[in-house]
Design a protein around this ligand. Structure first.
Ligand code: PEP
Ligand code: MN
Length: 350
């Protein structure tokens, strides 16, 4: 990490960037209100930091040991005048700002009437962003794979329905890319691109999605430690895209006895991650529990822990949902969740 003097000129910054590139590294230049900080991206083992420290305009050059420095509090702390948390604006919705954000919709898009009916209902319940899976990650090849499996035309038609439903009910939309071949198509229609838990470790997917320059909702793998989760988010940041919305969605349960939930909702991850990074973190109580009867309490717990909002699977008739029916709630239940969370948020804000 190179911290420039507050009076450093643009030429001095460019010169430092040039010197960094000579080592075969990339430079992440962040301009704060008073000073510029440059992060080195790549293998730093051959970098002579004492030499970089003597370049004109440089105040300090140092090695940062964490594997996720570009998204770390440590890095942002060096800018005077920079907000403690990043706020990500998507259309008229601000994620990580003073207001909670609720993402709702079906696990999976099934038809045009289905997504329009759900969009209208979740909007009325207080949701801000519409979700709907089109390329579904499924454990069995024999299960419904999402409308994305219907060739390029089928996938594009479904993406258009999602986009149109979002436009009609004034909500930005989010959907998942399951593989690199989906990126261009999804980026054309989605306001936020989701990278699912199973793909958290796919660094080429992360890099290529990041290059689209769109906000990314990045889910924690169910077997990943928090440091790993943040280290992989760094692959996105390394492409110059810091519009990363982290999402805790449950980790593998322990013990060989009966498990009562689909995953274990790691509520502690929320405040821990907020101490480590300036990125906003949401929670997904649907996948974390796998049980609709637990959504209300776990949503409240997530907001009490400080989450910036939730992603909740919602359907007008949950038992009819082809995917994840058992964890899907109704729009009326969503409204109860949102109302309770808003009250908790008000208490915390005070
Ligand atoms: C989803 O949100 O649709 C999903 C598949 O979630 P996860 O990647 O967390 O399993
Ligand atoms: Mn689901």
């Amino acid at each position: 990490m190179i911290i420039m003097k507050s009076e450093a000129t643009r030429e001095e910054v460019s010169n430092v960037v040039r010197e960094i590139k000579k080592y075969g590294l990339k430079a992440d230049v962040s301009k704060g209100e008073y000073r510029t900080v440059i992060g080195l991206v790549g293998d730093e083992s051959r970098v002579d930091f004492s030499r970089l420290a003597t370049l004109p305009g440089v105040k300090e050059a140092m090695m940062v040991e964490t594997p996720y420095k570009l998204i770390s509090k440590e890095y942002s702390k060096r800018f005077e005048g920079q907000d403690e948390y990043r706020q990500i604006q998507v259309g008229n919705v601000c994620i990580g700002g003073p207001d909670l954000v609720f993402i709702a919709g079906p696990c999976s898009l099934e038809s045009k009437p289905q997504i329009f009916k759900i969009a209208e209902a979740v909007k009325k319940a207080g949701a801000h962003i519409l979700r709907g899976g089109i390329f579904k990650p499924r454990s069995s090849v024999h299960s419904f794979q999402g409308l994305g499996a219907n060739g390029r035309e089928g996938a594009e038609e479904a993406l258009r329905w999602l986009y149109e439903a979002g436009k009609k009910f004034e909500m930005p939309v989010i959907t998942e890319v399951r593989g690199e071949t989906h990126i261009d198509l999804v980026a054309e229609y989605a306001d936020i691109i989701q990278i699912g838990a199973r793909n958290m470790y796919d660094q080429d997917l992360l890099t290529n999605v990041a290059r689209k320059g769109k906000p990314i909702l990045f889910k924690r793998h169910f077997g990943a430690g928090i440091d790993e989760f943040l280290s992989f988010a760094e692959y996105i940041a390394a492409e110059g895209n810091k519009d990363i919305i982290l999402c805790e969605r449950g980790i593998l349960p322990i013990g060989k006895g009966k498990n009562y939930t689909r995953y274990t909702f790691d509520v502690t991850a929320v405040p821990v991650i907020q101490k480590e990074t300036f990125l906003p973190i949401l929670a997904d109580p649907s996948h974390a529990t796998g049980r609709r009867d637990l959504i209300f309490n776990m949503s409240c717990a997530a907001i009490a822990a400080g989450a910036s909002g939730l992603m909740v699977e919602t359907h007008y008739n949950p038992s009819e949902a082809i995917v994840d029916a058992q964890q899907t709630i109704t729009p009326d239940e969503l409204k109860e969740v949102i109302d309770a969370c808003q009250k908790i948020h008000q208490v915390l804000a005070r």
